[in-house]
Design a protein around this ligand. Structure first.
Ligand SMILES: Nc1ncnc2c1ncn2[C@@H]1O[C@H](COP(=O)(O)OP(=O)(O)O)[C@@H](O)[C@H]1O
Ligand SMILES: [Mg+2]
Length: 365
């Protein structure tokens, strides 16, 4: 069994990390399909704004709730006789919606519906709900936690957003805790009267200045928000701690995805370092869109014996690309055990349907 088949078979969560366009959505789908083929209940969570995954899976659209994908759609993997005969599980997919995930969290932790509505209707909340929890990345982890605790899935594969901040969720639980410990935040959480009495002249002056700059309404909104937040604090704290546990859980695997291009490799190296500094391991590295080796001759010796033969000159060029790509990858692949590195060649078409997903799968498993 390859390292990736092993991940798809044994892990509970797989997070695919990498810069934009390297093939995260593609590999996330392939890993989830493989798990389903091996009899597991798998779900792939995507943040793909291009909705390519929905297209490839034959869905009109993906929603914020897991959608079961007809087995007929992904069963095509079994047309490959070498890979047939495995027990079959289920495959679901969903698209992450940051705002609705956060709203759900508020509903869950608010003491009652009116309290939840007070927060959700608050203008301040509406402006910061993206930022408060530590951005979209943190909400991805929230969704993960929600899916994980639902007990409906054996494996959740998540496709992270295409940004340098993609790993911010690693720090987000701590950031949320820090916010809750913040003195200003504590003061704002107090019931109005106590708050006004306790708020020293300095704070009052500060608030007046802030009011002048951003408008009294904004400050009132903020205060109302923090007061409505009262009683939910513990819930948020507990949740942040649980999300942290989930990130650190040995059943969670981080898979790096890259192409052999210098910028993508640098980005993947950065991700690897970030994970390591958080005490996390890279469970696998997928090098996508690599050129095959085209033999072992050096481009120079090929050119020497080509005598103008276009095919051989062409081969020499390809050899050069192949060698350069492997050099670019050298320091990154050296950090990762060789059996945990998978190579997927550059295909001559976009991965836009199940058939091409199946082709990618044959290279990984
Ligand atoms: N091995 C491959 N060969 C050719 N095209 C690929 C390959 N892997 C991915 N693609 C294409 O590259 C583009 C980016 O892939 P995608 O999985 O959406 O990347 P990401 O999610 O990292 O942005 C898509 O158009 C996809 O079809
Ligand atoms: Mg994507």
């Amino acid at each position: 069994m390859t390292a990736f088949a092993n991940l798809a078979t044994t892990r509970e969560i797989i997070v695919c990390c990498g810069t934009g366009g390297v093939g995260k959505t593609t590999t996330a789908a392939v890993l989830a399909i493989e798990a389903a083929r091996r009899g597991r209940r798998a779900v792939v969570v995507t943040i793909d704004p291009a909705k390519r995954l929905a297209d490839a899976l034959g869905l009109d659209a993906l929603s914020d709730e897991p959608k079961l994908i007809d087995q007929q759609t992904w069963n095509i993997f079994d047309r490959d006789p070498a890979r047939s005969g495995l027990a079959q599980g289920t495959l679901s997919a969903l698209m992450l919606d940051t705002k609705s995930t956060f709203d759900k969290l508020v509903h869950e932790h608010a003491p009652d519906e009116p309290a939840a509505d007070r927060i959700l209707d608050n203008r301040f909340y509406r402006n910061i709900s993206g930022a408060l929890g530590g951005t979209q990345e943190y909400m991805a982890m929230e969704k993960l936690h929600e899916l994980h605790t639902s007990g409906e899935f054996d494996l959740i594969v998540i496709d992270t957003p295409p940004s340098r901040h993609a790993l911010d969720f690693l720090d987000a639980p701590e950031r949320l805790m820090r916010l809750l410990d913040n003195r200003m935040f504590r003061l704002l959480m107090m019931p109005t009267k106590t708050y006004l009495k306790l708020a020293g002249a300095a704070l009052q002056a500060l608030l007046r200045t802030v009011s002048r700059v951003v408008g009294r309404e904004v400050v009132d909104d903020a205060i109302a928000f923090f007061q409505a937040f009262e009683g939910m604090e513990q819930g948020f704290r507990d949740r942040a701690a649980k999300v942290q546990e989930l990130i650190d859980d040995p059943a969670t695997a981080f898979v790096l995805v890259t192409t052999p291009r210098r910028d993508a490799v640098d980005e993947a190296t950065y991700f690897a370092q970030r994970l390591e500094s958080n005490g996390l391991q890279v469970a696998g590295l997928i090098v996508n869109r690599i050129h095959p080796e085209f033999g072992s001759e050096s481009p120079e010796s090929l050119r020497a014996l080509a005598h103008g033969n276009a095919a051989i000159l062409n081969l020499a060029d390809f050899r050069e690309i192949a060698i350069r790509e492997r050099e670019t990858l050298e320091t990154l692949t050296a950090r990762i055990p060789s059996d945990a590195v998978g190579y997927v060649p550059l295909l001559d078409e976009d991965v836009h349907n199940i058939a091409t997903l199946a082709t990618v799968a044959t290279h990984l498993f």
